[in-house]
Design a protein around this ligand. Structure first.
Ligand SMILES: Nc1ncnc2c1ncn2[C@@H]1O[C@H](COP(=O)(O)OP(=O)(O)O)[C@@H](O)[C@H]1O
Ligand SMILES: CCCC(=O)OP(=O)(O)O
Length: 353
């Protein structure tokens, strides 16, 4: 039986979208949204109509009759904590994502657009391995200030997909593996999968800086900054204008590597510091399972750089063998997840919050 699945992954400046016939990708694209197009909207959720139109245009251009779709799946957003796997999108979820998301984030649009397209066609829509997947152990939730709980907001979709892939290569069920994954993109999350559960994470809120995010910064200095500057500016400094871009004016690691080749000493130390901080996060998570780790996996766009991954590998290989899985397969992970549900191989959940 042919299942046609539309997978949607909204990012801050683009919407990645692909059409699958069962496991085969038929067509895929990245729709870029200019800064002027995006800046018209006060809230991320308000962009859904504009992005949906672009997706419909993409299907038209691919000469695909939308009425043939079997399901739509979107990258899941900033909901209250959810389990891993598939959730059917319902009105309650859409309302939460539109009107009261835990945090404003482009992925909130995934569920909203998927629902909107699917409802008109009377077919199901899903989110899969949302950024809000929360499998933290209780001990990992304590922050150090009563009333502030550590949150599990992460690149769960790609991290779980690569951890499952590596477990297959080990010929061991994911549920029996202990794997640390470092997703290195514009944002960074390092996570530990302990016997098939994302038991703890170190994200670019609390750990290493990333191309566009500050990561953990000294608390007292940060507190002073908060008193000195407006909230929106501080927010931009930690997400969007933090990390590599704050030091070197680029979010592109390839630019940084070019600067280093041209003898730029500051670029070199910042580059090494990013690898150093990522390695520290991996070390930190290795103790979650008392050092018993099957593999460390480095993934995301940055994992294309052998020069960069080597810096990390040298520091962490004493913990476990290091595997490099460059890039991310988020669209494929979304589509395959939805397909497993359609084929009855996996159950979807009902969102009730
Ligand atoms: N071949 C490469 N060598 C070094 N860095 C790369 C390469 N390809 C992509 N990157 C870097 O990966 C980062 C983006 O990763 P990506 O996973 O695409 O992030 P996102 O999906 O968050 O935009 C950028 O810093 C980019 O420069
Ligand atoms: C909110 C955690 C996931 C995340 O930061 O995703 P992006 O890097 O895609 O913004």
């Amino acid at each position: 039986m042919k299942n046609y699945i539309l997978a949607i992954n909204p990012g801050s400046t683009s919407t990645k979208v692909a059409l699958y016939e069962n496991k085969t990708e038929i067509v895929k694209t990245t729709i870029d949204h200019s800064a002027s197009q995006i800046s018209k909207y006060n809230k991320i959720a308000d962009q859904y109509d504009m992005r949906k139109k672009e997706i419909i245009k993409f299907l038209d251009e691919a000469k695909f009759d939308i009425n043939n779709l079997t399901a739509v799946v979107g990258r899941g957003g900033l909901l209250p904590p959810v389990k891993s796997g598939a959730y059917k999108v319902n009105k309650k979820m859409v309302d939460r994502l539109k009107n009261n998301p835990v945090v404003e984030h482009a992925s909130n649009l995934g569920g909203i657009i998927a629902f909107d397209i699917a409802e008109n066609l009377n077919i199901p829509s899903y989110i899969y391995d949302s950024v809000a997947v929360d499998e933290l152990e209780d001990v990992a939730r304590i922050s150090g200030i009563k009333g502030i709980e550590r949150k599990s907001l992460s690149h769960a979709l790609n991290m779980r997909a690569v951890a499952i892939k590596v477990s297959k290569e080990l010929n061991k069920p994911y549920k029996e593996c202990n794997i640390i994954t470092a997703h290195l993109g514009g944002g960074i999350t390092v996570g530990i999968h302990k016997k098939g559960k994302l038991a703890d994470i170190v994200s670019d809120d609390e750990g290493p800086f990333s191309p566009e995010r500050s990561g953990r910064i000294p608390l007292k200095s940060f507190m002073e900054l908060c008193y000195k500057e407006e909230k929106s500016l501080v927010k931009k400094k930690i997400r969007g204008k933090g990390g590599l871009v704050s030091y070197l004016n680029t979010v592109d690691l390839r630019d940084v590597e070019a600067k280093i080749s041209n003898g730029d000493k500051e670029a070199l130390v910042v580059y090494e510091a990013m690898a150093y901080q990522i390695s520290k996060a991996i070390g930190e998570l290795s103790v979650v399972n008392y050092g018993d780790i099957d593999r460390i996996v480095i993934t995301g766009g940055i994992a294309h750089s052998k020069k960069f991954t080597s810096l990390i590998k040298e520091r962490v290989k004493f913990i476990a063998p290091v595997v490099i899985v460059p890039g991310e397969n988020e669209l494929e992970s979304l589509a395959y997840g939805a397909l497993r549900v359609l084929l009855g191989e996996e159950e979807d959940r009902e969102y009730t919050e």
